[in-house]
Write a protein that binds this ligand. Structure first.
Ligand code: ARG
Ligand code: ZN
Ligand code: CA
Length: 240
């Protein structure tokens, strides 16, 4: 195996209001949550139902904050077309995406918590974007998305994970065998069992759409899919 893979992180804070210029403490709270969630050391892991306990995964990926770039902007919302990643559009250019996870923290608008780019895409737009009030678990945060799980979810996409329902009906796959089929996202805080497609949904998976407090695991199959992209010749091989 590849052992522990450490990901150096660059956080770009693009702010219009003082609130959006989130504190170092808020940024550090998010880095800590990523570290907990990707090493199965989150303190809510004990809520996983017995059915799914055998497939709970320690992904064995860690995160280290390398640099915070702060920039005032006259823009009050940024949308989802990557303007925040481009200095010529008032954003902040990605820093060496082969060797750093770039996270842009800026108001996306439209009620969107975050979005991500899958591995293998354009280097200049590689990374994840998260609105400030859904980043970390202290400071300028907004319930029920105030436990830092938006970044966990988006970094899951950045590491090649699909939503657990495969973004389609029962037969649409997420390319992970141990996440049961489902026909759509779950929201809020579903009770167990939640049955769709004749199996119990893994609603507590980070790649569903539930509230932050109700998602607390990755599966072994997801771990294998994520770690595969770090192999020699893979799209994130340089992080090893
Ligand atoms: N809607 C976003 C996406 O599909 C993020 C969902 C995050 N969910 C959460 N509970 N924080 O990428
Ligand atoms: Zn998603
Ligand atoms: Ca599956």
């Amino acid at each position: 195996g590849l052992g522990t893979i450490n990901i150096p992180v660059v956080v770009h804070v693009l702010y219009n209001t003082d609130q959006e210029n989130i504190s170092d403490a808020q940024i550090n709270s998010q880095i800590q949550i990523l570290n907990e969630d990707f090493t199965a050391s989150n303190n809510d892991l004990n809520q996983v139902p017995g059915e799914f306990e055998p497939v709970v995964a320690d992904v064995n990926v860690t995160f280290t904050l390398d640099q915070v770039i702060r920039k005032f902007s006259t823009k009050t919302s940024w949308g989802t077309r990557d303007a925040m990643k481009d200095a010529s559009q008032g954003g902040s250019d990605a820093v060496d995406p082969s060797n750093y996870l770039n996270i842009w923290v800026c108001n996306i608008g439209g009620g969107i918590l975050g979005y991500a780019q899958f591995p293998g895409g354009n280097a200049s737009t590689d990374g994840v974007v998260i609105s400030p009030q859904y980043f970390g678990d202290q400071g300028y945060v907004s319930a029920p998305f105030d436990k830092g799980r938006t970044a966990t979810h988006e970094v899951g996409h950045w590491l090649n994970l699909r939503h657990i329902w495969g973004d389609g009906r029962c037969r649409q796959d997420d390319f992970v065998a141990d996440t049961p089929a489902s026909d759509g996202p779950n929201y809020g805080c579903p009770s167990y069992p939640t049955v769709n497609c004749k199996s119990n949904d893994m609603t507590m998976n980070y790649m569903d759409y539930v509230d932050d407090a109700c998602m607390y695991m990755f599966s072994e199959g997801q771990k294998a899919r994520m770690r595969a992209i770090f192999a020699a010749g893979g799209p994130r091989a340089e992080f090893r």
